[in-house]
Write a protein that binds this ligand. Sequence first.
Ligand code: CP
Ligand code: NVA
Length: 310
Amino acid sequence: MTLSKKDFVSIADFGRAELESVIDLAIEQKAAQKAGRLNRSHVGRVLGCIFHKPSLRTRISFEVAMHNLGGTSLYLTDKEMGMGSREAPEDVARVLSRYLDAIMIRTFDHGLVEQLAKHASVPVINGLTDLLHPCQVMADLQTIKEHRGSLDDITVVFIGDGNNMSRSWVNASARFGFRFVLACPEGYAIDDAFVSEAYGGDTGLFEQIHDPGASVKEASVVYTDVWTSMGQEAEAEKRKRDFARFQVNDALMAAAPSDAVILHCLPAHRGEEITHEAMESSQSLIFDQAENRLHAQRAILSMLVRPEGK
Ligand code: CP
Ligand code: NVA
């Protein structure tokens, strides 16, 4: 099984059937790995992981995923590469393509990932930009599918910022056809142009409101993320004030259906966007979700990177 695109930069680049085949492979490989029969299909292949921002899950899960498939990985930071300062990104892309079988990058500017993808002959995977975090949403969708058996008839409610996570959820909602509600303070919405483009003009599946309690009434999933994303640290104190009402806690979950689950991409700031109690509650799937980064990304690598002998 392969994907129709060379790169994995945005969920919007793929159709539902293709995305669901990645999720199904992730579920299948998860079972195979736990049974000790995962196929080492990528012996000798090398993944380069470029990080311009910190990471726990993305770095370790990508590196472990590549090792699980029989391949190896390299951790690359800008100290060595100087992308854009020491060397033009298009030249870096072309040189890395001569050594590596795939590139994963976490950076600020989404345009840089698109530029790398354009100039690299090997697959480029988006490990988070200021705009999007598509690999996280693939793991999240896997978690929901494992829990509910399907991704049909769900409502995902995001309590927080109009950021890279919630924009990726907009893309997933458009592709899968489920309802997505963003509950955010005034001034932190996703811009209309992004929403309109994602849904091809028909934004009926999307709602943006400023009342967290009202937002969760029909939630299948209550999702949250940090109030201050990487790169926004200078705004942290203002954001703490602006987002104070936008917390996943027992009172909010009491307003949601009793079978709603709690997801958080992590890292979490307990006492800010989520309470300790909500994270540890029986409705929380947060650590299964974190585990699924490994399985979802291994499935993406399996489908995107040329296997051994091919
Ligand atoms: N959720 C996520 O991407 O975590 P890291 O920032 O630790 O990679
Ligand atoms: N919105 C967060 C996600 C972290 C995985 C950030 O960009 O920092």
